[in-house]
Design a protein around this ligand. Structure first.
Ligand code: GDP
Ligand code: MG
Length: 169
């Protein structure tokens, strides 16, 4: 394992989770303040500042299947937003496998936040909020339910991670 990387004014955050959970939509909502329906084939990356501190956020796509998000991606990440879809049980069940992989390849002090996305689709909910909370507690990571569609908690989630990174830098 490499030594702890020196922090500067640019911290890399990556979005991970099963295909279709809304990673790209969430980043677009945060960046542009709007929901563009439909799946995105391309990945996006954005930079933003919180209190003059620049953050870089990267989307992942096409590598969502286990063991194929490149290990370099994890190694270079300072923060990970780990998403599941509250209407999709398997995306929630797979969170444990994502966390196993993250603990294997990411830096030990990586900032992790668990997000249950598509919170607007409550009529099709498959995972209760308290199930998300319990899983997050088990792994000692913060948790929020978000919606890339309505924007609920999106800014809050990104800025919480950014502030934590700034705090640690
Ligand atoms: P990714 O594969 O994780 O990047 O997921 P996408 O961002 O491509 O989204 C997959 C599908 O879910 C698309 O049809 C999106 O429009 C939809 N979607 C993403 N986030 C939300 C959300 O918060 N609410 C609803 N209702 N649909 C969403
Ligand atoms: Mg995507």
């Amino acid at each position: 394992r490499e030594g702890k990387k020196k922090r500067n004014f640019l911290d890399d955050t990556i979005l991970v989770g099963d295909s279709g959970v809304g990673k790209t939509s969430l980043l677009v909502q945060f960046d542009q303040g709007k929901f563009i329906p439909g799946s995105f084939s391309a990945t996006v990356g954005i930079g933003f500042t919180v209190q003059w501190f620049l953050f870089q956020i990267w989307d992942t796509a096409g590598q969502e299947r286990f063991r194929s998000v490149t290990h370099a991606y994890y190694r270079d990440a300072h923060a990970l937003l780990l998403l599941y879809d509250i209407t999709n049980k398997s995306s929630f069940d797979n969170i444990r496998a994502w966390l196993t992989e993250i603990h294997e390849y990411a830096q030990t002090d990586v900032v992790i936040m668990l997000l249950g996305n598509k919170a607007d689709m409550s009529s099709e909910r498959a995972i209760r909020r308290d199930e998300g909370e319990r899983l997050a507690r088990e792994y000692s990571v913060p948790f929020m339910e978000t919606s890339a569609k309505t924007g609920v908690n999106v800014e809050l989630a990104f800025t919480a991670v950014a502030k934590e990174l700034k705090h640690r830098a």
